[in-house]
Design a protein around this ligand. Structure first.
Ligand code: SAH
Length: 227
């Protein structure tokens, strides 16, 4: 049953999936214990039907706090990681527009689009992008613009952005992305290779860029070009 489109969009949006309220409540409690504090973010994580963002065969595991495969060697990020990155991006100041690099399943996109006015999301794998787009359409999101392309170039036509969130790891901070941050804007991204990755928060101030290392993470690499 999970993840099929016979569930009406309205029911889906209210979070009536195959998974019991209790399973979701457990996940939210876990996020709170791990330091996720923004009530609106926790509520968004509780309401979004994550089982619609994975293959039906994996739907029963959608409310575990783990990353799951989504094809093309990519993964949907762990719920904790999605919440942690979102909180780091918006806790100090809520950006009006956010550029997301690495749409993947579209789950992080949905979290962002629930919390900010407009989201721009770039994905290099066409098939993943198509699937994410149709899920987000089913869920009635209307404030997301998608692009098939190499996200390391950003999206200059819509720059500058109040926030940038990157969900695949480059070796260092991509200059194109940093330059597309508005003054006072914040970028959250993983950087580094293998097991030496960290989550970084970059804030653009008048004096330049401030860097803050948040915690160790594990992401797929940011890959140049499209497929
Ligand atoms: N937030 C997503 C994470 C997906 S994994 C989710 O939770 O589902 C990272 C994604 O980044 C993959 O879909 C991968 O194809 C994409 N990606 C990797 N390099 C990229 C690049 N240069 N530009 C755009 N997307 C890229």
């Amino acid at each position: 049953m999970a993840g099929d489109e016979s569930v009406t969009a309205g029911a889906v949006h209210r979070g009536i999936g195959m998974t019991s309220e209790r399973t979701r409540a457990r996940l939210i409690q876990r996020l709170e214990e791990a330091g996720i504090r923004m009530p609106e973010l926790l509520e968004t994580m509780r309401m979004l039907p994550r089982h619609l963002f994975v293959d039906e065969a994996l739907a029963s595991r959608a409310y575990e706090d783990s990353a799951l495969p989504i094809g093309h060697g990519q993964t949907i990020s762990q719920p904790y990681t999605v919440a942690r990155m979102t909180q780091a991006l918006i806790e100090q100041r809520r950006p009006d527009t956010v550029l997301e690099i690495g749409t993947g399943s579209g789950f992080q996109t949905a979290v962002l689009a629930s919390l900010v006015r407009r989201v721009y999301s770039v994905e290099r794998v066409d098939e993943l992008l198509e699937r994410a787009q149709s899920r987000l359409r089913l869920l009635k999101f209307r404030n997301i613009r998608f692009r098939h392309g190499d996200g390391s170039l950003g999206w200059p036509e819509y720059a500058p952005f109040g926030g940038i969130l990157v969900t695949a790891a480059p070796r260092g901070v991509p200059r194109n992305l940093a330059e597309q941050l508005a003054p006072g804007g914040i970028m959250v991204l993983p950087i580094g290779e293998g097991d030496a990755q960290v989550l970084l928060r970059v804030t653009r101030s008048e004096a330049g860029f401030e860097h803050e290392v948040l915690e160790p993470v594990s992401f797929v690499p940011l890959v140049a070009g499209v497929s």
